[in-house]
Design a protein around this ligand. Structure first.
Ligand SMILES: NC(=O)c1ccc[n+]([C@@H]2O[C@H](COP(=O)([O-])OP(=O)(O)OC[C@H]3O[C@@H](n4cnc5c(N)ncnc54)[C@H](O)[C@@H]3O)[C@@H](O)[C@H]2O)c1
Length: 398
């Protein structure tokens, strides 16, 4: 008997995950739901999944084990709380919430229900994050002293369309989101490697004056004038970090980081990644090793050599992805965001089955998000240094 999973929201992003839930050997049934009946019926046909319902409310009333939320980002938290309160484990696309009150409520709900909550933080399985976690575990960084992480995504690179399909006629009112309300791709890069959390933050913003007027505070629902924000943080391990969330930048776009320790450092440029040590005896060009190009079956350690798949490859992964731990059913299936999708869904399904706390649990999710939400407040107060609340470490199991 596998688990029964409801998909809440069958929009663009859900397309990448529905096949992974369906193919997972520990999943018995997948039910789709969307408020848009036309979209729902098209996706039901596309994925060959006849069981559908009209909304999250219906999913909550059904006999399911888990609900995966792929709706517009500002409704994730109330929906996750509703699903947890109905007795379902929850997987949610990022971000977990958009206010501190919401994230506190989410942590409390997980603690009270004892159910699994996992945020689908794609950065967690980016090759650089996996590589740096390995180096960190080995002690190769020494003490981490400083980090830089960033998410650069200029509006000209598809963001107008994204807001149009997510918000329909209202899209211009939503598109001026404070960049620091979506901080998790950059913040998680550092937090997921060192395990330290942000304790204080000071943030400055770039006041936008583009003719599209998206960041006119009088016109967007967020009253937000900033298209780019930079946060300088103090962390619980004594290090400092700089996070950039930019939506207006002459740059091809990136989610990346550099991490500097007393003994060794990982450094990333537009093209290329390096591992270096103080004495320069080690200076490794990682560009090839971390490239998400796909691996032939056999994977990183040859354990899957006898397995045959649809196209014989693990799509979109790098050499540092431990593909041997994935279900063999995933071979040849779509992957995305630098090889992360398959690992995230496998983590969540495994947690639902075993009851063990997954990676990217609610306590991690709070540490990925809170620094950004408080950073925006600091930005509005001209960079005032503010404390960042913390909700503690994850327990061994919920
Ligand atoms: N790298 C990443 O982690 C990453 C990348 C892309 C998108 N995302 C996240 O994925 C989310 C979804 O993005 P998208 O582009 O697919 O959006 P989308 O607008 O295409 O899809 C959202 C769907 O949710 C449905 N919906 C809303 N409320 C519902 C309810 N109560 N019941 C059932 N369905 C409901 C809507 O009708 C819509 O079809 C966003 O929040 C975004 O933050 C994350």
């Amino acid at each position: 008997m596998g688990i029964r999973v409801g998909i809440c929201g069958t929009g663009a992003f859900a397309d990448s995950f529905i096949p992974l839930f369906t193919a997972h050997p520990a999943v018995e049934q997948v039910v789709l739901s969307d408020l848009d009946a036309e979209k729902l019926s098209a996706k039901s046909a596309k994925f060959g999944l006849p069981e559908t319902c009209a909304s999250l409310d219906d999913l909550c009333a059904m006999d399911l084990d888990a609900i995966a939320i792929f709706t517009q980002h500002h409704i994730h938290c109330p929906q996750a709380v509703q699903a947890l309160r109905s007795g379902k484990h929850v997987y949610s696309a990022v971000p977990s919430a958009i206010t501190m009150e919401e994230i506190a409520d989410l942590v409390k709900t997980v603690e009270e229900t004892g159910l699994i909550y996992m945020v689908g933080e794609t950065s967690y399985y980016y090759p650089c994050a996996i590589y740096c976690r390995g180096r960190f575990r080995n002690g190769d960084f020494g003490r981490v002293v400083y980090a830089e992480a960033e998410y650069y995504h200029d509006f000209d690179h598809g963001l107008y369309d994204v807001y149009r399909w997510r918000h329909g006629d209202d899209w211009e009112r939503y598109a001026g989101l404070p960049p620091m309300f979506y901080p998790t791709h950059s913040v998680s890069m550092v937090v997921s490697v060192t395990g330290a959390h942000v304790t204080q933050v000071s943030c400055f913003g770039f006041v936008d004056n583009d003719e599209d007027m998206l960041f006119d505070p009088e016109r967007n629902v967020w009253n937000n004038p900033y298209s780019n924000q930079t946060a300088l943080c103090r962390l619980s391990d004594g290090s400092t970090a700089r996070f950039n969330e930019f939506r207006r930048i002459g740059h091809p776009g990136t989610v990346g980081m550099s991490l500097y320790g007393t003994e060794g450092s990982y450094e990333e440029q537009v093209k290329g990644q390096m591992w270096v040590t103080k004495d320069l005896k080690t200076c490794i060009d990682l560009t090839e090793e971390l490239a998400p190009i796909g691996l032939p079956v056999g994977g990183v350690d040859g354990q899957m050599a006898k397995v045959t798949g649809a196209d014989g490859t693990h799509v979109g992964v790098s050499r540092v992805h431990e593909v041997s731990r994935l279900p063999k059913e995933y071979i040849g299936l779509p992957n995305g965001h630098n090889g992360s999708h398959q690992f995230l869904i496998d983590d969540f399904v495994t947690a639902c089955v075993t009851g063990q706390t997954p990676s990217n649990n609610v306590w991690d999710a709070a540490r990925y998000l809170a620094p950004g939400l408080i950073a925006h407040e600091s930005c509005k107060r001209d960079g005032e240094l503010l404390d960042v609340p913390d909700y503690g470490d994850a327990p061994a199991s919920p």
